[in-house]
Structures are given as structure tokens and as C-alpha cells.
Design a protein. Structure first.
Length: 454
């Protein structure tokens, strides 16, 4: 790869890329302003706007979206009559979780064992750096042959839909011939992969009330209805004995027909403890790419330390449901709500509040852009053939863009391979993957422009 001028340029830019990623990671840009200052997200947005301006982008703007966050937009004109490519990433990140579990500070980019550690390093601040590297490499080697739009979202991790709604209200803003979503990842380090499907998601907050207030468990326990016990029963009803997701009326037996995922490799990637079995049925790929999956994200209940001998009057839980392509997320939400209400015991009062929702996505891998990407990946990853895999996570914006621009080709690549441990403690990015994918994106833009003009 080093004999390729684009690759050589990207290699020379890697020290700068590390410095810039460190600056961006330092912003605690969690788009939950009850936990983290809004100023941290605003600072990250301004950093990106300044970076785009420095690269010659026009119309750079901090876009106020309906969910109260900011997305960053910029346009870089190409040659007359050129195709337009939209490059996407998001700068908001997941909370660091247990900071004590991090080997190094989560918002301080740290190199260790050949990887760069920090919250957002892979998901997805590294994706923004990838876009910048690709564009800089092209500018240094003959110029950028397409019009480029960049959009950096500020609330993707929260699933609150701000950018989706803004795009629907301003459909001209993100219009493009091809869209590159830089928020997925290779199946493993060194194996070039385009994500062809994404599961959708819905998130609900469940509250159960049984009493006017907590009661002494010795005086009233055994007859007084315990809200926490009721909630536990509801949550347990969402899974079968083998751990499969079981929501009344929701189909869960689809099969994945693409790249397979070896069970032992999955156990290693997921860091499953020895002796603990996987849940669900079917192949691993079936379970994580083609079938629904429910997860209890959190429960409001008394902590063990400081708990009193009380029957609980109220309890809450936050539930996430991932839905595969072919399942409407809105319908899945209705089924989840009906299931929770139908399985709440003892006549307890239950409320279900929807927090976020996004549709599943399936790409057209037969489009010309995919061939341009396959050719680019063959140079960036010598000896490896482009693979197509599913992704268990959700990027709600994909379906919005597909609906707004039905003729646009959408490709999903990124830095979140299994070793990156996105959303977990000790998130990291492989600098080698950042380098290779930046080369691949640059060559893709060149290939795509050449194919469009031929």
C-alpha cells in the first residue's frame, strides 16, 4: 500500500491525526445534559466547524436541531458537474460508565499496546478524523474530484432524532448522489467490511406503581404488592428460557444469509466468561443481525448499600429493543408496550413512555458505488476481499436519508471493529485501521468520480 501516493500521504498525516483526535476526545460531548455540561458538546461542535473551515469548506454552520443539540455542516465544492458525496460521522459519545474501570482517563487519548484509547476514539470521533484524512490526501494528490458535504451529528447516541427531523424539514441540506456513513466497522481488524444491514431500535421507559409509599417488609410483606417484584416479572417475560427475545406478536426466527460469525470468535469478541453460555438460538449472525434483541439498560430501585427492609411502592426500567430489517420500529414499539402492559401482574399500575426510535436499514450492495468501494478496499487492504456484514446496532439517520433521497447510494464503513469495545470501558481505535480506511475512502471518492464520468 505504501507505493500508492494517496497511502503515502495518509501515512505522513497520521501524527497530526493523533493530535487532532486527542483534542476531539478531550471534549466530554455526551448529549445528555442532565449528566454532562452542554458546553462540552458545543465545544466539540465548534472544533469541527473550525476544522472544516480550515479545509476550505463553505457554508460551514452549527445547525440547531429540534432535540436541542447541534450538528455541524459544511460544503466543499468540486469540479463543475461533479457528483456530490455526503460524509457522515457523529461527535457525541456514550457516557464513560465506570471511570474506575478505565485503565487510563476516558477523555484523554492514550496510546497503549498499539491502540489509541479514549471515549469516542472509534465511535465516532475517529470517523470524523477518517473523513478529514481522506480529503487531505486527495487534495495533496490531484485534488478532490467530487462535491463533498460533511455532516457531524450531535446526538446519535441518545437516539432523540434531532438530525432526522431537521433533515426532513430541510431536505436540500443533505441531498447527495452517494452517502458514506462512517459509523460502523470491519468484521475484524484487517478485514475490509461494508455493513449492509442495520437493526432498528426503540427505547421505552417503564414505570410500575403499587402503593402510595414504601412499607415495612415485616409488617406488610407477603400481602402488599411489591412494585419492584412486579417489574422483575415483566422484565423476565421479555425472554424465553434460552434467553431469546419473546415479545408477544414479534417474529424472532429470521436467518442471516451473509458472512458467518464463528461462535468461539464471538465469545472471544464479547469477552464471555468461561462456562457462561450464549443466549438465544440459531447462528450467532442470526441472533445479532437478523433477529430482535431486548436489553434492560437500567433499573431505578434502591441500591444494596443503604437499602431498608421495605416493600417498594414504585420501580422503573429503561428497555431497549433492537429490531431487524423487515420489522417496522413503530409497530415493534406498539408490540413492546402491549407486552409490558399485558404481563404486568397483580393489577399494578403501569406506564410506558417512548424515549427514542429508529428504523432498520438494508443497503443495495449491487450499486456502482459498492464496486468503487470494493476496488478501493483492495488497494487499502492488499490480499483481502471486501466482505458484507450486518450490524446489530442502529443508525436511525440511515433510513431517513434513504427515504429523503431514494436514488442515493448509501455505504457504511468505520472504525468500530470488535476490539474497539465501543460503548464499554476502555474504548479504543486501531491507528492502522484509521490509516487504511482513510486510504480506502480517498480512493473510493476517486473511483466513484471516474466511474461517474465514464
Amino acid at each position: 500500500m505504501s507505493s500508492n501516493p494517496v497511502a503515502a500521504t495518509v501515512a505522513s498525516l497520521m501524527p497530526r491525526a493523533r493530535e487532532e483526535l486527542a483534542e476531539l476526545v478531550a471534549f466530554k460531548s455526551v448529549a445528555d445534559f442532565d449528566q454532562f455540561p452542554r458546553s462540552e458538546s458545543e465545544g466539540a461542535a465548534r472544533w469541527i466547524a473550525d476544522a472544516l473551515t480550515a479545509e476550505g469548506f463553505e457554508d460551514v454552520a452549527l445547525v440547531d436541531t429540534p432535540d436541542g443539540t447541534q450538528s455541524v455542516y459544511g460544503f466543499l465544492p468540486g469540479p463543475e458537474g461533479a457528483k456530490t458525496v455526503l460524509l457522515y460521522a457523529h461527535y457525541d459519545v456514550q457516557p464513560p460508565l465506570d471511570e474506575a474501570g478505565w485503565a487510563t482517563p476516558p477523555f484523554e487519548l492514550t496510546e497503549r499496546d498499539g491502540r489509541w484509547y479514549g471515549r469516542g476514539a472509534a465511535d465516532c470521533k475517529g470517523g470524523l478524523i477518517m473523513h478529514l484524512l481522506a480529503l487531505r490526501a486527495l487534495k495533496a494528490n490531484g485534488g478532490i474530484p467530487v462535491n463533498v458535504k460533511v455532516i457531524a451529528e450531535g446526538s446519535e447516541e441518545q437516539g432523540t432524532g434531532g438530525l432526522e427531523r431537521y433533515a426532513e424539514q430541510h431536505p436540500e441540506l443533505l441531498a447527495a448522489d452517494t452517502i458514506v456513513i462512517g459509523d460502523t466497522g470491519n468484521f475484524r481488524v484487517g478485514l475490509p467490511t461494508v455493513t449492509s444491514t442495520l437493526r432498528g431500535m426503540t427505547m421505552v421507559r417503564v414505570r410500575i406503581d403499587t402503593l402510595e409509599g414504601n412499607l415495612h417488609s415485616g409488617q406488610f410483606g407477603g400481602a402488599a404488592p411489591d412494585a419492584l417484584a412486579a417489574l422483575i416479572r415483566v422484565l423476565d417475560s421479555l425472554r424465553a428460557e434460552d434467553g431469546s427475545t419473546t415479545i408477544d406478536g414479534l417474529t424472532g426466527d429470521a436467518a442471516w444469509d451473509g458472512l458467518s460469525y464463528d461462535e468461539e470468535q464471538f465469545r472471544k469478541d464479547a469477552k464471555v466468561l468461561d462456562g457462561v453460555g450464549l443466549i438465544g438460538s440459531g447462528t450467532v449472525a442470526d441472533r445479532i443481525w437478523a433477529r430482535p434483541a431486548v436489553t434492560v439498560l437500567g433499573i431505578d430501585c434502591p441500591p444494596v448499600i443503604g437499602a431498608t427492609p421495605s416493600v417498594q411502592a414504585s420501580a422503573r426500567a429503561l428497555i431497549s429493543l433492537r429490531v431487524p430489517p423487515g420489522v417496522d420500529a413503530a409497530e415493534a414499539t406498539k408490540l413492546l408496550q402491549a407486552h409490558v402492559e399485558g404481563h404486568t401482574p397483580w393489577g399494578a399500575r403501569v406506564s410506558v413512555e417512548q424515549i427514542g426510535q429508529g428504523q432498520a436499514f438494508r443497503a443495495d450492495t449491487t450499486s456502482p458505488a459498492y464496486q468503487a468501494m470494493a476496488d478501493a478496499m483492495a488497494v487499502a487492504y492488499p490480499g483481502e476481499e471486501l466482505q458484507y456484514a450486518g450490524q446489530g446496532g442502529s443508525i436511525p439517520l440511515c433510513n431517513t436519508l434513504a427515504a429523503l433521497y431514494p436514488r442515493a447510494e448509501i455505504l457504511l464503513i468505520g472504525l468500530s471493529e470488535p476490539e474497539a469495545q465501543i460503548h464499554a470501558v476502555n474504548e479504543s481505535v486501531s491507528p492502522e485501521e484509521l490509516e487504511r480506511l482513510s486510504v480506502a475512502e480517498a480512493l473510493f471518492l476517486r473511483n466513484y468520480a471516474a466511474n461517474a464520468s465514464s
